[in-house]
Design a protein around this ligand. Structure first.
Ligand SMILES: *[C@@H]1O[C@H](CO)[C@@H](O)[C@H](O)[C@H]1NC(C)=O
Ligand SMILES: *[C@@H]1O[C@H](CO)[C@@H](O)[C@H](O)[C@H]1NC(C)=O
Ligand SMILES: *[C@@H]1O[C@H](CO)[C@@H](O)[C@H](O)[C@H]1NC(C)=O
Ligand SMILES: *[C@@H]1O[C@H](CO)[C@@H](O)[C@H](O)[C@H]1NC(C)=O
Length: 541
C-alpha cells in the first residue's frame, strides 16, 4: 500500500513537472539563414513570422495603453527624431510620428549647417504612459539626457527639456511607482558602465542628483528598463559577454539592493543577438517582448516579437531551453485578434499633403526655407544649395530619407520634374550610409545629363531631352541594389550605369537609407520637383 502510494506520488510529480517545467516547443521553423525573410510579419492565419519589421528599428521600447501598442526607436542624426510606432496587435505596425520635431534643440551640431553627429545623436530611450500623458526620455552620448511629453503619441510633443548635461550616459528609463513618485535609471558608460537610479522631480522634468544610487555596474551593462510586477521591482538590462543577452535583477525596494541577477536569454550570435526592447502584458494576460536584433547589417537592427514565459518569477524571452534561458522564436500565434487594418508601415508618397508623412526623416535638421510641399501643390520641391564639402554627399543639406526594407523584392521608383534645374545642380535618388551611391541628373551649360555617383567618382550618361524622368532602385534579400531610369519617351527602365550593382551597407550604427536629394556645387540656385515616391516590398503572403 505504502509502495503504491509512493509510486502514484512519483507519477503525479512527473506529470506536474512536465506541465510546469517543460514548455511546449514554439517556432521550430527557423529560416535557413539570417536574412531569409521570404515571409515576415502577419501571416494572415492568426500566426506571425519574425521579423515583424525587417527594417532599421533600433533600440526599441514598447508599451501598451488600452488596446494600443506603442514603440519607439532611436534615430541618431535624422530629423524628426525618435520615431514612434503604433499597433493593435504588436505585429502590424504603422509609423505614428516622432517625439522630437526640432533636433537642433539638442545643439547646433544637428543642423544642416554643421552635420556633425554621425553615429551619435538620438540613442535609446523609453516611452511611458503616466498621468494621462506619453513621456519619452532618451540620451545622446555627447549631450546627456532629454525628455518630452505629449497627450497624443502622434504629437505635438513638448519642446525638449535637457534634464542631464553630461557626456557618456545612455539607455535611460523613467518609472513611476504606485504612489506617483518618479524614478529614472541610466548608465554612465563612460565610467565603467555604472548604472544609477535617480529620483525625478514631481514635474518629471529634472533628475535629483543627490538621490542617486548605484544599482549595477560593469560588463557593458545598458539597455535599462524598470518595471513593477507583483510587488517586485525589476531592472532589465543587457550585458555583453561573448555577445549581448538580456539580464534582470529584482528587489522588493526600488532603491535596492538588487541582488538576484538572472540571465533571461542566450547570446544567439547566429540570430544577431536579440536583446534590447520592452515587454508588456496583452489584454488577454499573455506577455510579449518586442526587441531589436542588436548586431546590425545593411538593413539595420530589425525588430522581432517574442513570447515571454514566466519561470519562478522571471520573464524568459523566447523559447526557454533546459537551463531556462530564452531562444529566438520565428513563428508564433499573434497576441491579439484586433482589427489591424491600416496598421502597416508607410512608404509610398505622392506628396498630396502639405505636411511630410511620418515615414520621412531628413539627414540632419533641414533648411526649412529650402523645401516645400506648397510652392507647387502635389509636389515636393527641393531647392539646391552647396554642400559643406564638394563631392561628399554626407555634407549635402537636402537629403530626405526612409529606412530600407529587407524583403525578397524591394522597388523604389521616383518621378521627377526637371523644369526648375539650374546650372551646377544635381538631383536624384540615393542609397545612403557612410558610403553611398546615387542615380540622378546634372544640369550643365543649359543641358541635362543622366549621371551616377559614388565615393569613387561620377559616371555621366545620355543627355536627357525631356523634363520628366523616373529613377528606380531594386534590391532583394541580398541587399545588392541596381539603379535604372526611364524618360517620358522610353517604354522600359534601363539599367544605368550598364549592369551596375551596389551592396547596401551598415555603418555608423545605421543600416542603409533611401534618399531623395538635390545640391548645387556652383551656386545656391535651382530646384527639383518630386511628383511621387513609390515604395513596393514583398511580404510573401
Ligand atoms: C529649432 O531649435 C533651434 C534651437 O532652439 C531654434 O533656434 C530654431 O528656431 C528652431 N527651429 C524651428 C523650426 O522651430
Ligand atoms: C551629480 O553628483 C555627482 C556626485 O556628487 C557629481 O560628481 C556630479 O558632477 C553631479 N552631476 C551633475 C550633472 O550635477
Ligand atoms: C518585383 O516587384 C516589382 C514591383 O512590384 C515587379 O514589377 C516585379 O515583377 C517583381 N519582381 C519579381 C521577381 O517578383
Ligand atoms: C551583371 O552583374 C551580375 C552581378 O554583378 C553578374 O553576375 C553578371 O554576369 C553581369 N552581367 C553582365 C552581362 O555583365
Amino acid at each position: 500500500m505504502a509502495l503504491s502510494i509512493t509510486l502514484i506520488l512519483c507519477v503525479l510529480e512527473l506529470i506536474v513537472h512536465s506541465t510546469a517545467g517543460v514548455i511546449e516547443t514554439r517556432g521550430g521553423d527557423s529560416p535557413t539563414a539570417w536574412g531569409d525573410w521570404t515571409t515576415w510579419g502577419d501571416l494572415g492565419n492568426s500566426q506571425y513570422r519574425n521579423p515583424v519589421l525587417p527594417a532599421d528599428y533600433s533600440d526599441l521600447d514598447f508599451i501598451r495603453v488600452g488596446t494600443d501598442y506603442y514603440a519607439i526607436s532611436s534615430t541618431f542624426q535624422y530629423s524628426p527624431g525618435m520615431v514612434i510606432l503604433r499597433s493593435k496587435d504588436a505585429v502590424n505596425w504603422r509609423i505614428e510620428g516622432h517625439a522630437i520635431s526640432n533636433i537642433t534643440e539638442m545643439g547646433t551640431s544637428y543642423s544642416w549647417e554643421s552635420m556633425d553627429r554621425y553615429g551619435l545623436g538620438v540613442w535609446a530611450g523609453a516611452i511611458r504612459y503616466h498621468d494621462g500623458m506619453f513621456w519619452v526620455y532618451y540620451g545622446t552620448p555627447q549631450e546627456g539626457y532629454f525628455m518630452t511629453k505629449a497627450e497624443d503619441a502622434a504629437g505635438p510633443w513638448s519642446p525638449l527639456v535637457h534634464i542631464w548635461q553630461e557626456p557618456g550616459w545612455d539607455d535611460c528609463c523613467p518609472f513611476w511607482d504606485d504612489d506617483g513618485k518618479g524614478y529614472f535609471v541610466g548608465t554612465n558608460f563612460g565610467s565603467g558602465y555604472q548604472t544609477w537610479l535617480f529620483e525625478i522631480t514631481p514635474d518629471g522634468q529634472g533628475l535629483v542628483n543627490e538621490t542617486r544610487t548605484l544599482i549595477n555596474s560593469g560588463a557593458g551593462r545598458e539597455a535599462n528598463k524598470l518595471y513593477k510586477i507583483d510587488g517586485w521591482y525589476y531592472h532589465m538590462y543587457s550585458e555583453s559577454g561573448s555577445g549581448r543577452y538580456l539580464m534582470m535583477q529584482r528587489s522588493r525596494s526600488i532603491k535596492g539592493p538588487y541582488e538576484e541577477r538572472r540571465q533571461l536569454s542566450n547570446v544567439q550570435l547566429e540570430w544577431h543577438e536579440p536583446n534590447q526592447g520592452g515587454f508588456v502584458q496583452t489584454p488577454n494576460g499573455e506577455w510579449v517582448f518586442l526587441t531589436h536584433h542588436g548586431n546590425g547589417d545593411w538593413s539595420g537592427r530589425i525588430a522581432s516579437l517574442l513570447p515571454v514565459t514566466w519561470i519562478d518569477g522571471w520573464p524568459i524571452i523566447g523559447q526557454p531551453d533546459s537551463n531556462g534561458l530564452g531562444n529566438m522564436v520565428w513563428t508564433d500565434t499573434k497576441p491579439d485578434s484586433a482589427d489591424s487594418e491600416g496598421y502597416r508601415p508607410q512608404g509610398s508618397d505622392n506628396f498630396q499633403s502639405t505636411v511630410l508623412g511620418p515615414q520621412w526623416e531628413w539627414n540632419y535638421q533641414p533648411r526649412d526655407s529650402h523645401w516645400s510641399l506648397s510652392e507647387r501643390p502635389n509636389y515636393l520641391r527641393l531647392h539646391a544649395f552647396q554642400p559643406l564639402q564638394t563631392g561628399d554627399l554626407r555634407t549635402v543639406g537636402n537629403i530626405l530619407t526612409q529606412r530600407v526594407f529587407r524583403t525578397s523584392n524591394n522597388t523604389v521608383t521616383v518621378a521627377l520634374d526637371l523644369e526648375g534645374l539650374a546650372d551646377g545642380q544635381v538631383a536624384g535618388l540615393t542609397h545612403f550610409t557612410r558610403n553611398w551611391a546615387t542615380i540622378g541628373v546634372r544640369r550643365e551649360k543649359g543641358r541635362t545629363y543622366l549621371e551616377a555617383r559614388d565615393t569613387g567618382g561620377i559616371t555621366t550618361g545620355e543627355e536627357l531631352q525631356t523634363t520628366q524622368v523616373w529613377l528606380r532602385t531594386t534590391w532583394g534579400l541580398d541587399g545588392i541594389s541596381q539603379f535604372s531610369y526611364k524618360t517620358s519617351t522610353s517604354e522600359e527602365f534601363t539599367l544605368f550605369p550598364d549592369n551596375n550593382s551596389y551592396q547596401l551597407q551598415w555603418q555608423d550604427y545605421r543600416g542603409d537609407r533611401l534618399g531623395i536629394f538635390t545640391f548645387n556645387d556652383d551656386a545656391e540656385a535651382g530646384y527639383v520637383d518630386f511628383e511621387s515616391f513609390t515604395y513596393e516590398w514583398d511580404r510573401g503572403v
